[in-house]
Write a protein that binds this ligand. Structure first.
Ligand SMILES: *[C@@H]1O[C@H](CO)[C@@H](O)[C@H](O)[C@H]1NC(C)=O
Ligand SMILES: *[C@@H]1O[C@H](CO)[C@@H](O)[C@H](O)[C@H]1NC(C)=O
Ligand SMILES: *[C@@H]1O[C@H](CO)[C@@H](O)[C@H](O)[C@H]1NC(C)=O
Ligand SMILES: *[C@@H]1O[C@H](CO)[C@@H](O)[C@H](O)[C@H]1NC(C)=O
Ligand SMILES: *[C@@H]1O[C@H](CO)[C@@H](O)[C@H](O)[C@H]1NC(C)=O
Length: 368
């Protein structure tokens, strides 16, 4: 919207006709929708004839109160605390409202006092809305608690908050809601879920996560006057592996080792067998889906039995829910056995030596 301030009827006519700003001297974005708490930039562009000079620019809010006044290029003579001048050319003016507040809504006028032609002005209207903030997708570990938190940036407009759960199949169910009248939790979640009794920052806690909690969760704020506003994030549930290794001598000189891990999502299993190639082919993996949403992965490795004595054969289990892979050594008693044997031999040798010295001292050597 724009117009010469000296022609109010022309301004009205322009608004009514919905003509574009091309007819006018001042160009502005006629309206903006901005989120509370965020900065918003307002700008006006004018066309100056040669010889014209901008002496002062004033920005007024909807109450016609000046929010910022300056003499170009950048001598600010008045400004509200949260309004800043953005450096502009002589034929333009821009201000930033640093943290938009609900009462910053309304129409702003930029008035250019131009010498010698008079003044030009434009107008921009701001609508302030809130936004729902919800952390992005999350993962949770089975058996552990998880909290989803959600807030609306204009908390004073919130009347009620409602959490719903939508499964992969598309079924949606209410989980819990809170309003000034109290909290309501659906029967099926009553024992397992807690909702914070707050409107400004809503936190939904699942006390002990199960695989069936894997779903998308929507927090919906019923606000006035913005209406219902919502945001959705999805929860993935991990079951961490508790791997086991077993081995048997399957044929003479050949050991078969199995490493098994049940988890969600399926684990990946690799082996550490030292540098030498003494395995009999690559490990073979198989996976079985269990009814509870987990998958059991078994990796079978065949190797020359001698390998077990020389290097530590280890199964390495990788899983997205683990900070670092789990390592499981094949239990082998070969090395400790050798150490015990050597120790026993050592002790026996020392005893034998002592006995010899004794015998020598007592009988042979003293006879002279
Ligand atoms: C004013 O002009 C600048 C560049 O000269 C442009 O970036 C800006 O979008 C214009 N603003 C309006 C409201 O036309
Ligand atoms: C504003 O002035 C600059 C040069 O200072 C010019 O490039 C630009 O086109 C002018 N914009 C308008 C809207 O007159
Ligand atoms: C969150 O997860 C859902 C379903 O798993 C997916 O459709 C969506 O793209 C994910 N969003 C982000 C931001 O990763
Ligand atoms: C390893 O797993 C396979 C198949 O799951 C099984 O046939 C074999 O007996 C297992 N071997 C050991 C040593 O547990
Ligand atoms: C190791 O030896 C086996 C045969 O014993 C062979 O199939 C495999 O490709 C060899 N691997 C490497 C890395 O040399």
């Amino acid at each position: 919207m724009c117009g010469r301030s000296s022609h109010p009827s022309l301004l009205l006519w322009i608004i009514a006709a919905g003509l574009s700003a091309a007819l006018c001297d001042v160009k502005t974005a006629s309206s903006l929708t901005a989120e509370a708490g965020r900065p918003v930039l307002l700008s006006c562009n004018i066309s100056l004839a040669s010889g014209e000079d901008v002496r002062q620019v004033r920005w007024l809010n909807r109450h016609k109160v000046p929010v910022l006044t300056y003499q170009p290029p950048a001598h600010v003579s008045h400004s509200l605390a949260h309004v800043e001048l953005v450096p502009s050319r002589q034929n333009a003016s821009a201000i930033t409202i640093m943290r938009l507040r609900p009462d910053d809504a309304g129409c702003y006028r930029c008035i250019f006092d131009i010498y010698p032609s008079g003044s030009q002005e434009g107008s921009t209207c701001i609508t302030v809305v809130g936004k729902v903030h919800l952390e992005g997708n999350r993962t949770a570990i089975s058996g552990k608690p998880v909290t989803l938190s959600c807030w609306y940036s204009l908390p004073e407009r919130v009347r009620q908050v409602l959490w719903t759960k939508t499964t992969e199949q598309g079924d949606t169910a209410a989980v819990a809601s809170y309003s000034k009248r109290g909290t309501h939790t659906s029967e099926q979640f009553r024992d397992r879920v807690r909702l914070s009794p707050t409107l400004e920052d809503s936190r939904l806690t699942v006390l002990s996560v199960r695989t069936e909690d894997e779903a998308c969760y929507t927090c919906q704020f019923h606000t006035y006057p913005d209406g219902a506003r919502s945001s959705t994030a999805c929860l993935s549930v991990y079951v961490l592996p508790k791997p086991e290794v077993t081995h048997v001598v399957s044929s003479p000189g050949v050991t078969e080792a199995n490493c098994t891990a049940q988890s969600r999502p399926p684990a990946e299993i690799t082996w550490e067998v030292g540098d030498e190639n003494r395995t009999l082919g690559a490990p073979v993996s198989s996976a079985y889906e269990q009814g509870d949403g987990t998958t059991t992965v078994t990796s079978t490795l065949l190797f020359q039995s001698g390998l077990l004595g020389d290097v530590a054969v280890r199964c390495v289990v990788h899983h997205r829910g683990l900070e670092k892979p789990l390592m499981l050594a094949l239990s082998t008693n070969v090395r400790p056995a050798i150490i015990v044997l050597l120790s026993v031999c050592g002790v026996a040798a020392v005893l034998l030596l002592c006995l010899c010295v004794c015998l020598c001292k007592c009988f042979i050597c003293t006879q002279d």
